[in-house]
Design a protein. Structure first.
Length: 77
């Protein structure tokens, strides 16, 4: 598995980095939601929830708007 990942990284370093970064962001969002759910509803401010929503929205914006725009303008092979 590691050798396959290394070969993929040699062939397509940007795409592999984006994919692994996406897996990491999804993992962080999942753990963040679980951690915030265990603390219960926000007592005073919802800053941690807001931060989690901003990270999730940025992630979605990146993959649905910026990556296709990059593919159309610069090209991606």
């Amino acid at each position: 598995m590691i050798a396959n990942l290394a070969a993929q990284f040699r062939d397509h370093p940007v795409a592999t980095t984006l994919e692994l970064g996406s897996v990491f962001v999804c993992f962080v969002l999942f753990v963040g939601v679980l951690a915030l759910l265990t603390t219960g509803p926000p007592a005073e401010t919802g800053t941690p929830w807001l931060a989690l929503v901003v990270v999730g929205a940025s992630f979605v914006l990146f993959w649905t708007a910026l990556v296709p725009l990059y593919e159309r303008t610069v090209g991606w092979s």
